[in-house]
Design a protein around this ligand. Structure first.
Ligand code: ADP
Ligand code: MG
Length: 310
């Protein structure tokens, strides 16, 4: 079987401005799973890696609001919680879509941990804003509790900043492989995985988040035959947002890497997808696709999306 690792963007689960109800998330997931089930019917084995930005933000907010009643959970536990709740919704949507294709196959979700380097520069200079926006007084109270906060002038609020270290290894990678080899559809490394560091011969969860596109690459390298990045744009663009914006179709990893260095892909959004795609194609000599769920069928036929080839 040929195996694809599919990174599913938060926007394929919850569109900008939509309320985070189960109904809304299920409706988006159902749409996203239709072309994925078609891939399975054409013989692809699938590992799905979903984002969790808005969802883990809501879990943090729930903890914050309820902290006088129920002890607040640390961030690693919140990420695990998001893997469980989103994994379940994706499992449901994917099972339905497979049934629709006449395929009876189990969809399993793994709570997945990812090791990171405690010396990663992100632990000294965190970059990733997460969770709700706070006013100045609340932000000051949280800073006294040891949180790093950053002001977002455009949104007139303050947000918590956490490290987003580079993933080293996915601890459950062999289990992912065993399950996909056994013909199961696997959901793994949700939200980028739970970041862990090794200390005193033990593994500890840390207050950080891992980029899901980079975690997907950590799963795909040495085993995947294809990587797909599903997001809310049909393709990666050159001169994104400018008057000369143009979609990239088929391109070599070498050329794409040059565009990355030239700064065409924003850090924290398109940047990590392109970085993961280029690294995957360079190391495997296989293909990576960046597109939307709506364009996935066409992209697999090389008629849409950005296709990064060796
Ligand atoms: P996801 O949840 O799918 O990871 P992101 O918001 O992180 O979504 O990444 C997708 C976004 O990246 C697009 O909506 C777009 O605004 C932004 N983006 C930044 N640079 C580019 C680019 N060069 N081409 C296309 N999209 C880009
Ligand atoms: Mg993203």
């Amino acid at each position: 079987m040929t195996d694809a690792v599919v990174a599913i963007g938060g926007n394929a689960i919850l569109r900008r401005g939509e309320a985070a109800t189960v109904e809304n998330q299920m409706n988006n997931l159902r749409r996203t799973c239709v072309p994925l089930a078609r891939m399975v019917s054409r013989g692809w084995g699938l590992t799905l890696v979903h984002g969790n930005g808005p969802q883990v933000g809501n879990i943090l907010l729930q903890n914050e609001l309820a902290r006088d009643e129920v002890p607040a959970m640390p961030l690693d536990v919140c990420v695990a919680q998001s893997q469980g709740q989103m994994g379940f919704m994706l499992q449901q949507a994917m099972t339905e879509a497979l049934h629709h294709e006449g395929i009876d196959r189990s969809v399993v979700c793994l709570i997945t941990r990812v090791t990171v380097d405690p010396g990663d520069p992100e632990f000294r200079m965190p970059s990733k804003p997460i969770g709700p926006y706070y006013d100045k007084a609340e932000a000051e109270r949280l800073m006294l509790q040891g949180y790093r906060m950053r002001e977002d002038v455009a949104r007139n609020g303050w947000r918590r900043i956490v490290p987003s270290p580079r993933p080293l290894a996915v601890l459950e990678k062999d289990a992912v492989r065993a399950l996909t080899t056994g013909g199961h559809v696997v959901i793994a490394a949700g939200g980028g995985g739970i970041p862990m560091v090794e200390r005193d011969g033990r593994l500890w969860g840390v207050e950080a988040v891992v980029d899901k596109d980079l975690a997907a690459y950590a799963i795909a390298k040495d085993a995947g035959d294809l990587m797909v990045f599903l997001t809310d744009v049909d393709a990666a663009f050159l001169d994104h947002g400018g008057p000369a914006q143009r979609a990239i179709g088929e391109i070599t990893a070498e050329e794409m890497s040059r565009h990355l260095d030239e700064g065409h892909f924003a850090p924290g959004s398109m940047g990590p997808k392109v970085k993961a795609a280029v690294d995957f194609v360079d190391s495997s000599e296989k293909k990576a696709i960046i597109t939307s769920p709506e364009r996935l069928d066409k992209a697999l036929e090389s008629k849409a999306g950005t296709r990064i080839v060796f």
